[in-house]
Design a protein around this ligand. Structure first.
Ligand SMILES: Nc1nc2c(c(=O)[nH]1)N[C@H]1C(S)=C(S)[C@@H](COP(=O)(O)O)O[C@H]1N2
Ligand SMILES: [Mo]
Length: 214
């Protein structure tokens, strides 16, 4: 009896502590609660107000097209994207509506993808298109200088369909509307471009803390 009690007690303690280390267990993925001492917002508490709701993208049929002013257009599978050496970073997404969340993002820096496609001589702008008809753009220099990544994991968990599977742009320092989700096409151009919210009056630079409207 005494032995059974101590086993039950040990199990209880074990469960108690495993709860401190992880929040969610998704198959063999465990959600991180903190990274490098920074507390992360649980995925379950993160906002989502996409223009057409959740997009459902089939992993095997998925391709990321990179074209426009590049030397070698690419058509990458999910596995090709996740084969690049991953980088991880804690970044806060701030929506213009006033809410925000902080997450650990893991993915591939755009610079790595552009190293393979080459960048045309006069490229100034990179356009991100999503399967829901959403789009946004960024200056090429911003993306390269800040080592901006396309993320496929959040808090160590593979992006779920509602989080933007397979890819969300982690547009550090920019308002949330510059963080395209469900990206399937990237185009390099030498003209400015206004995306979904930008063509409806939101500032095209979209710097967090800067003017939200044009
Ligand atoms: N494809 C797509 N990406 C999108 C949006 C959208 O409607 N469609 N909304 C943007 C806005 S306004 C914000 S604030 C963030 C929200 O990101 P989250 O859903 O990951 O919290 O996604 C951005 N990316
Ligand atoms: Mo937003």
């Amino acid at each position: 009896m005494k032995r059974t009690c101590s086993i039950v007690f040990c199990l209880f303690i074990l469960i108690l502590f495993s709860g401190c280390l992880s929040r969610q267990d998704n198959g063999n993925e465990t959600e991180a609660a903190e990274y490098l001492g920074i507390e992360l917002t649980p995925v379950s508490e993160q906002g989502n107000n996409a223009i057409k709701g959740t997009q459902f993208i089939d992993k095997d049929a998925y391709r990321l097209r990179i074209d426009g002013m590049v030397e070698r257009p690419a058509n990458l599978t999910y596995d090709q994207i996740t084969t690049y050496t991953p980088v991880s970073k804690v970044v806060t997404l701030n929506c213009v509506e006033g809410w925000s969340f902080t997450a650990k993002w893991t993915g591939v820096p755009l610079k790595k993808l552009f190293d393979d496609t080459g960048i045309g001589e006069n490229v100034t702008t990179v356009i991100f298109y999503s399967t829901d008809g959403y789009s946004t753009s960024h200056g090429l220099d911003y993306l390269i200088d800040n080592n901006i990544m396309l993320a496929y994991r959040i808090n160590d968990i593979t992006l779920s369909q509602d989080r933007g599977f397979p890819l969300q742009l982690v547009a550090e320092g920019k308002y949330g509307y510059k963080w395209a989700k469900w990206i399937d096409h990237i185009e390099l151009v030498n003209a400015s471009y206004k995306g979904y919210w930008e063509s409806r009056g939101y500032n095209n630079k979209g710097d967090f803390g800067g003017p939200p409207f044009e």
